[in-house]
Design a protein around this ligand. Structure first.
Ligand SMILES: [Zn+2]
Length: 179
């Protein structure tokens, strides 16, 4: 049997897919794919392309390995593919159990919220406004240099909420500087 991921026919080993299952799910892997599966490196574009097919495999072992490896491919097509591919409940739980911290699913990655300088903003940070902002509907202008303490992150990485003149308003991160 060739390598279950890349179809290589040399240097094959039987690899027990972690975490241990009963009976052990053995997958035939070549040396390169074994290193890939055991390490944390992202698959190169060639193997990533092959995983596109393997992730649809009916065999649990290859499918689970391909599913995990595709989570390391931080590209839109991989995220899209992972949304499309269907794993039954047991198989999905098993696949997820093998995702380490470094390989956490893309959707769990924290939103990256940055100010006008590219500095990361976190919940509760203080910021200053870098330009006068007219607050629509409130009849005042938040002046450049205004300090806004305790910002609140929103679903949108481009917007945060903060209290100015006693009112909670939505602020564009492009007009903020971390204080
Ligand atoms: Zn291989």
């Amino acid at each position: 049997m060739p390598c279950a991921l890349c179809s290589a026919t040399l240097g094959l080993v039987d690899f027990a897919v972690p975490p241990p299952s009963t009976p052990a799910e053995l997958v035939c892997l070549c040396g390169d794919c074994r290193k890939l599966v055991e390490g944390t490196a992202a698959p190169d574009p060639v193997i990533a392309g092959l995983l596109r097919d393997v992730v649809w495999s009916e065999d649990a072992g290859p499918q689970v390995l391909a599913w995990r490896l595709l989570h390391r491919v931080r590209e839109p097509w991989a995220a899209e593919l992972l949304e499309q591919v269907w794993l039954d409940e047991d198989r999905l739980a098993w696949a997820k159990a093998g995702l380490g911290g470094a390989e956490a699913p893309v959707e769990d990655a924290p939103l990256r919220v940055i100010d006008s300088n590219g500095t990361a903003l976190a919940e509760g940070d203080a910021v200053t406004l870098i330009k006068d902002l007219e607050v629509k509907g409130a009849g005042f202008t938040a002046k450049r240099g205004t300090l806004v303490k305790g910002i609140h992150l929103t679903e949108d990485p481009g917007l945060v909420e903060g209290r100015v003149n006693g009112m909670v308003i939505v602020l564009k991160t492009a007009f903020l500087k971390r204080a």
